[in-house]
Design a protein around this ligand. Sequence first.
Ligand code: URA
Length: 253
Amino acid sequence: MERLQKVIASSGVASRRKSEELIQEGRVSVNGQVVTELGVKVSNKDEIVVDGLRIENEQKVYFVINKPSGCISAVSDDLGRRVVLDYLREKGIRERVFPVGRLDYDTTGVLILTNDGEFSNLLTHPKNEVDKVYLVRCEGIVNSSDLMKLKKGVRLEEYTSAPAKVALLGVDKVNSSSQVRIIIHEGKYHQVKLMFEAIGHPVKKLRREQYAFLNVVGLKPGEFRPLKIHEIKQLYVLAKHKKDDANYHYRRF
Ligand code: URA
């Protein structure tokens, strides 16, 4: 049994505080009865409705996939293109998971998938500053002044990127390209590509090597594995949240 506000928050409908407000405002019912008191406990057999919409109260699951190139970080695609969820469906995972943040169609590497909305919101909230490590193959020969710009933060269309950690891993003079490792904690749309574009070295290939401490060592493109309980807890802790929350309806594999 779990507290009602926690279950609502966990479904991703609202934050914990907002879920409490929804209850107190009489906008939540459990099995057809409006509940306005905080602290009511529910199980995953109870029908919970918020503003007329039933929320899903299924067991929480957490995966990491080695996202291949040529698939969309989405649950479905109007144009019928391959989506990252297809890989889980094909292996019999039925829960309605979604990606935590996005990787571009052609970006490969670490992507977390879960049906825990609160966990996803915490990890992707800009104030929580979870580090992401990217391996970039870019056009041209990157020099120390380019690296310094990335380190300080570069002016993009609507904002300046936060200071990044960068390392030049190698240059290919024959093909005029460079390999750079960059660590950022922001997660804006096309962020790495925009940053490299801004310093005059467009990205040719992009791979996310790590999300916080998580990597996909041992997983081939398209392969995934469930996160271990200590990994889920550690991610919660990194996202500055209470670690006990990770025990909530966690389905073990
Ligand atoms: N930055 C990008 O530009 N693309 C990604 O897929 C991830 C980060």
